[in-house]
Design a protein around this ligand. Sequence first.
Ligand SMILES: [Fe+2]
Length: 398
Amino acid sequence: MSFSLRGKIAVIAFGITFLGAMSLGADFIRQPYLGFGDEPGGMVVSWKTDVPVKAVVYYDLADNFSSTGELGLSLEVPAEAADEDSIYHVELKGLEPNTAYSYKVILGDGVESPVGTFWTSSFDLDHFVFTVYGDTRTFPERHRMVVEAMAADRPRFVVHTGDLVENGGVEDQWDSRFFWATAPLIKDAPYLTVLGNHENNAPEYYEAFALPRGGGDYGEEWWSMDYGVVHLVGLDTNALTLPNGFGRMIKQVNWLKQDLAAARNRGARFIFVFFHHPLFSSSAGYYPGNEGLRAVWHPIFVQYGVTAVFSGHCHSYERLVEDGIVYIVTGGGGAPLGGFRSEPVPGSVKRLSALHYIRVTIDGGKAELEMIPVARVEGEKVVPMEHSPWDSLELHSR
Ligand SMILES: [Fe+2]
C-alpha cells in the first residue's frame, strides 16, 4: 500500500517536472515565413513564438545546402527583437542576385523550423513566375487547397488581393487559420498583400507582414517595388473610409502618379497594380464595381500604361478589358463563392465561380496570365478541379 502510494507520488512528481520542462521551452506560433521588406534585394524572414526567445537564422546558397546539408551563414536574433506579440522580422542582406537560398530558424532552446528555400531577384530578371489570389477569409481548409496548388508552381512570390481573414483585429485568426493555411507556401515564397475591408486596417495586419515601403499607415498602407523588369504597386481601396479619409486618398493618388511616372522612367516593362475592391465587376453582390474609385484611378492607369490590375472582394473570377487595361478579379481563395448578374458589365470577357488563383509567367517581353481552377463548391461539398488553365491571355511589354 505504502509502496503504491510512493509510486503514485513519484508519477505525479515526474508529471509536474515534465510539464514544467515543457512549459519552459519556447515554440513557434507561426513557422518562419518570408517578405520583401524595405531594402531592394533583401529578404525578410518572419516568425512568431509563444514567448520571447533568442534565435539564430541559418542560411546559405541552396546549392551549398543541397550538396553539404549545411547552412554556413548565420544571424543571431536577440529575444528582445520581437514586438509585444513575439513576432520577429529579420532582414537578410547582401544576398547574391537571382540566386536560390535555403534557410531555417532555430530557437534558443533547440526547436527547429523546417528548411525553406527562396530566390532573390535581379535588376534585369525577365523570366519568372508569380501567383495572385484573394479573399481567403472563411474556410482555412479551402484556402489551404489553393495554397498547395500554388506551391506546386514554385512562384518567386505571391500577392494576396485582400480579405485575408474574417477580422484583422483578432490575432488568433491570423495564427490558427491564416498562417496554418499558408504554411506550405509562405516559407518559400515572399508574401505581398493589400488591405481588404475585413482587415479593418488593424495593427495585427501591419505587424504580420514585411511589406515594401509606400505611404499611409505604417508607411505600408500602399506600397510599390520592382521585381526584375516588373513594377508592382499595392493600393488601399479602404482609404476613404478611414480617419481623414479624403486627405488620405489625395495623398495616395499623388503618390501613385509619382510612383508610376518613376517606374516608366526607369523602363519598367510591365506594371501590375493590386487592390481589393474592383473598379469593374459583374458580380451579383458588387455590380458594377467601385465607380467612385474608377473615376479617379482608371484614367491614371491608362495614362501611365499599367499592364494589368488585380482585385478581389467578389468571390469569383472575372476578366475584363477597359480602354486597353486588363482587369482581373480574383477572389476565389477560400471565402464563400459568389455568382454573377445575368447581364455582365460591358468590358467583361470571362467569368467563373470557383476556388482558383492566377499564375503570371514573365517570359522576356511577354507576360502570360492563366486562371488556374482548384475546386468547385456544390452546397457544402468541395469538388477538386484539374489544375489546368481555364482562361489565359498573353500581354506584351511596352
Ligand atoms: Fe472584401
